[in-house]
Write a protein that binds this ligand. Structure first.
Ligand code: UDP
Length: 280
């Protein structure tokens, strides 16, 4: 629906590749006579401001979307991959987070439409696998950034870059000592396609993220330096249930995905992303 994307970008990226764009709401069942080998279910806004804009739609997208895509996979005997999230770990007590950690999620908080929607999708994927023998794959994506994010995405990397390039105040929420581990988009895509190609018996979930952990103050300072910005850091209220720390344990991904490991360090990824926002 282009709520968090753009039609022109889709056309630009896929032009000259053999593709057919179908406009369809994932919360509604989908039927087609096309041959389907693989389904990547990436539907759902991932930025807190966007998934909290219409929380009912967000949880429907995750849960009804998962059911409809699983039903489609069953009809076509297709492999299906679910884009789950590090948010299933909530505000974690175990650090870094391995896949066997069950997480610490507030079921009734502002973030739960996303967190619980994604957790229920994982349940649905595993139940369709066990009950109907569907070939499923679950990845848990940790904070990912890169070129082609929208200016109003609202997540921290794009916010700070856009603010720094305009020499506006950098809005650090809370004390800025909370941590995240940022993954460059190309590393995610590589991990995701490797996951799709694994043997049928491997379902995941598997973490895909870059284990390099930074505080939000460190991130702000690095972006100010890389952009030669005159911006200053200002402190704003911390959103509710904002996780204090997050870092993936990627042992399983390395083992199961042919030694996959993120290859783009934060500074390099930020430079490429800054270049993108400068070009707009
Ligand atoms: N954040 C911030 N300033 C911003 C946007 C976000 O300090 O302008 C913080 C936010 O409070 C969180 C971290 O950056 O602690 C990552 O937020 P983001 O929305 O990118 O993703 P999240 O990991 O929370 O889903």
């Amino acid at each position: 629906n282009y709520f968090t994307g753009s039609e022109s970008l889709v056309h630009e990226l896929l032009e000259n590749h053999h593709f057919q764009l179908v406009e369809h709401d994932v919360t509604v069942p989908y039927k087609t006579t096309s041959v389907i080998d693989e389904i990547y279910n990436l539907a759902c806004p991932a930025s807190p401001i966007h998934y909290q804009y219409d929380p009912i739609k967000t949880i429907k997208t995750s849960i009804l979307g998962a059911i409809n895509m699983l039903e489609l996979a069953e009809v076509h005997n297709a492999r299906i991959l679910q884009a789950s999230t590090s948010e299933v770990y909530g505000d974690p007590f175990v650090h870094p987070q391995p896949e066997y950690y069950w997480g610490n999620v507030n079921t009734i908080g502002l973030r739960s439409c996303y967190d619980e929607g994604k957790r229920a999708s994982e349940t649905l994927f595993m139940d369709y696998h066990r009950q109907k023998e569907l070939k499923i794959k679950i990845i848990r994506i940790f904070n990912t950034y890169g070129p082609n994010m929208t200016v109003n995405d609202g997540r921290v990397v794009s916010n700070f870059i856009v603010q720094a390039l305009k020499n506006e105040d950098i809005t650090v929420y809370g004390s800025g000592h909370q941590t995240r581990s940022f993954q460059y988009v190309d590393d995610l895509v590589e991990g995701m396609t490797r996951m799709m190609a694994t043997e049928d018996s491997f379902t995941g979930p598997v973490n895909l993220g870059n284990p390099n952990e930074f505080t939000m103050i460190e991130l702000a300072e690095q972006i100010i330096r890389l952009t030669d910005s005159h911006s200053e850091i200002v402190f704003c209220p911390l959103p509710s249930d904002d996780p204090k720390q997050r870092k993936p344990d990627i042992t399983l991904a390395q083992e199961k995905l042919d030694g996959w490991i993120p290859s783009v360090p934060l500074e390099e990824g930020l430079k490429r992303t800054i270049q993108y926002f400068q070009s707009l």
